[in-house]
Design a protein around this ligand. Structure first.
Ligand code: SF4
Ligand code: SF4
Length: 120
């Protein structure tokens, strides 16, 4: 779930597809750095963890609340790990996740006018 969503039309708050498509893995020390609770992370290797639920064949992050494609929120938004911060609305991984969940690939905000709107 991308940073820009909160300032460019809230697309992510009506989506959540990437939080239920990819394994969200990161260097284990990030969990402590961001203060993620143990209940929301799973060990992947001696050095890596992932958000709980995203390592499954049908991934869905345990921190994702709501209904994908309608209304969602991240229960640990301010503490989310780097992959969540890096994934930007409109990039390839976003589009692939949205398609996987039967959503329109492109975001409403990606009209020329909106694209030029200043970030709040
Ligand atoms: S798939 Fe794209 S629009 Fe949907 S939550 Fe992730 S970054 Fe936001
Ligand atoms: S931590 Fe939040 S932003 Fe990251 S995958 Fe889970 S629900 Fe999505």
């Amino acid at each position: 779930m991308g940073e820009r969503a909160s300032v460019r039309g809230n697309s992510c708050l009506r989506c959540g597809a990437c939080c239920a498509t990819y394994r969200v893995s990161f260097y284990w020390a990030e969990a402590e750095h961001y203060g993620l609770p143990d209940s929301l992370i799973e060990k992947v290797s001696p050095w890596h963890a992932c958000m709980a639920g995203t390592g499954q064949p049908e991934p869905r992050c345990r921190a994702l609340a709501g209904t994908i494609g309608r209304s969602v929120s991240c229960l640990v938004y301010s503490r989310r790990p780097s992959p969540c911060r890096e994934l930007q609305p409109g990039e390839d991984k976003c589009i692939r996740a949205r398609v996987r969940h039967g959503l329109e690939p492109y975001l409403d905000e990606e009209t020329p006018d909106a694209a030029q709107a200043p970030a709040a």
